[in-house]
Ligand binder design. Structure first.
Ligand code: SAH
Length: 218
């Protein structure tokens, strides 16, 4: 059984270093700020106890409610595509247990991260975990992320951690001109897609290959 003894923390820290080193070696991530962010966030704290020993394998893991915690390489790739700077305000759709939000918080500051989760239970757990790790300034709302979070708009960046057949319009309208959106687009087959909002409100679009995310609910 996993425990919280200090010796375990050391093992987890070593495993995390190795995982991030491996992601860099495999050219999955290269932005120094993103590398540091992945090194900083203790993914094991977001993984349910039953799967915690696998926290530093580079794959999605179950978090209950048929949902998953994203694989570290995917979190890193999305962070790089969003091209975040300290102080940017960021909207996340699909909090899960909060791992990806914490990585984003390392890049822009916790008070600039707004995240929406469909499941009340997952949102409650995410708030508890984030608070316990010092990310309590991240704002977590329960709701349907397809509506975005207009009260805190505009955002310099937004991303979805669940797949959608098409980008919800409210999210587009809540992002600034020049701002970026990254989302898995599709249903069974999904494509990681990067958008940038032009002056006239339209979007430029680039795709980054097939991905597999849980589907947007509601
Ligand atoms: N960001 C998480 C990934 C969680 S999986 C991480 O760091 O691991 C995707 C999440 O999207 C699930 O928790 C799911 O409940 C949530 N989700 C699905 N549909 C949603 C919707 N319409 N609005 C908000 N969240 C949604």
């Amino acid at each position: 059984m996993p425990t919280d003894r200090p010796s375990d923390h050391t093992e987890f820290d070593t495993a995390r270093e190795q995982l991030v080193d491996d992601l860099v070696a495999r050219d999955r991530i290269s932005d120094p700020a993103v590398i540091d962010a992945l090194r900083a966030v203790p993914r094991h704290a977001f993984v349910p106890p039953a799967h915690r020993s696998a926290a530093y394998t580079d794959r999605p893991l179950p978090i209950g409610d048929e949902q998953t915690i994203s694989a570290p390489h995917m979190v890193g790739i999305i962070a790089e595509l969003l091209d975040l700077s300290a102080g940017d305000t960021v909207l996340e759709i699909g909090t899960g247990r909060g791992y990806h939000a914490a990585v984003t918080a390392e890049l822009v500051g916790p008070a600039n991260v707004y995240t929406i989760e469909y499941s009340e239970q997952l949102a409650t757990t995410a708030r508890e975990i984030l608070e316990s790790l010092g990310y309590g300034a991240i704002s977590v709302a329960v709701g349907d992320g397809r509506n975005g979070w207009p009260e805190h708009a505009p955002y310099q960046a937004a991303y979805l951690t669940c797949a959608t057949p098409h980008l919800p319009e409210p999210i587009v309208s809540q992002v600034t001109v020049g701002g970026t959106i990254v989302a898995p687009i599709g249903t069974h087959r999904q494509t990681l897609t990067h958008y940038q909002k032009r002056e006239d409100g339209s979007l430029s679009q680039e795709t980054y290959g097939p991905v597999r995310f849980v589907r947007l609910r509601g």
